[in-house]
Design a binder for this molecule. Structure first.
Ligand code: NAP
Length: 273
């Protein structure tokens, strides 16, 4: 893994995801001087990182001529911001780099066509827990991807969490629906429990519900047991939890609701292509 720490990375777009990557890389002892960020409107924390950690921050295409050719490039702009992304300046700079796109819904072929060049583009999808080194990422390589590009991109994504490779690009849509959007499902579940607690007289129980989740997760990590095993340990036959779980399981209610929601996200991901 040491190899990756010597590389230079250009992050294009320092919004939610770009910033999460920058923080996670720095936390993982990636040299901040080897992080180049191209962002027209840098947020305050990015400006602070330039000042305090000496990341290289450039705000426009013209300044690209002042930077070294990066080994890796992370494309982290919104799907609707890619049309004019591959300027001649940028394309020249990154023509030998391994380019990892985390842009939702944009296929490798679309990106290759847009760049009008035979760039080393790798398609990935990830999620916001990368900022705490607990990300889940998927990576897809088409036939044009070199073994070197495969290795580097996997090493890079491993720095910020777990990585799996898929052999069909369409599986990225499924991954997006489960893992990309996943944090929002977890937060929504927490929100809903907070609402129910409040309706039942436990006002301002937000922190306690958050601790309920955190405590349960830490317990699961500590015990190294499957969630089903742990769930069964809390459920005595005929008891309170049993009544609640039976209601959720009845006619596969909970599964169906979640499955339907995830299918909607999958369709939406395909529509972005
Ligand atoms: N958010 C998630 O949970 C998540 C998870 C996985 C993947 N993704 C994907 O990650 C990508 C980024 O998402 P995000 O939530 O980080 O979006 P975001 O917060 O809008 O960040 C995108 C950033 O890119 C900048 N930008 C636009 N055009 C640029 C250019 N030509 N060169 C350099 N920077 C440019 C934008 O600047 P302006 O603000 O000035 O436009 C913005 O700061 C999206 O494609 C999304 O599909 C997101």
């Amino acid at each position: 893994m040491a190899e990756i720490h010597n590389k230079t990375i250009l992050i294009i777009g320092a919004g939610n995801m770009g910033i999460s990557f920058i923080f996670s890389l720095i936390k993982n002892k990636f040299s901040s001087k080897k992080i180049i960020v191209l962002e027209p409107n840098p947020a305050k924390n990015v400006l602070n990182l330039k000042k305090e950690k000496k990341i290289v921050l450039i705000k426009n295409e013209e300044e690209l001529s002042n930077v070294v050719q990066p080994d890796l490039v992370l494309l982290a702009v919104k799907p609707n911001q890619i049309d004019n992304l591959f300027s001649l300046n940028l394309t020249n700079l990154i023509k030998r780099s391994v380019i990892i796109s985390i842009i939702a819904g944009k296929k490798t072929l679309t990106l290759r066509k847009l760049s009008n060049q035979n760039l080393n583009i790798v398609r990935s999808m990830t999620n916001t827990p990368i900022s705490v080194g607990m990300g889940s990422s998927v990576v897809y390589f088409d036939q044009k991807t070199s073994p070197k590009a495969k290795k580097l991109s996997k090493q890079f994504l491993s720095l910020v969490g777990q990585v799996i490779e898929v052999n069909k690009e369409s599986q990225i849509d499924t991954f997006t629906a489960i893992f990309g959007s996943g944090p929002a499902y977890i937060y929504f579940f927490i929100e809903t429990l907070i609402k129910i607690a409040s309706k039942n007289g436990f006002k301002k129980s937000d922190q306690m519900i958050i601790q309920l989740f955190l405590g349960s997760m830490l317990l699961m990590l500590d015990k190294r047991e499957h969630p089903k095993t742990l769930r069964k340990k809390v459920t005595s036959k005929g008891g309170t939890t049993d009544a609640a779980i039976k209601s959720l399981i009845s006619s596969d209610r909970f599964f169906k609701i979640l499955n339907e929601a995830i299918n909607k996200a999958k369709v939406q991901s395909k529509n972005l292509n």
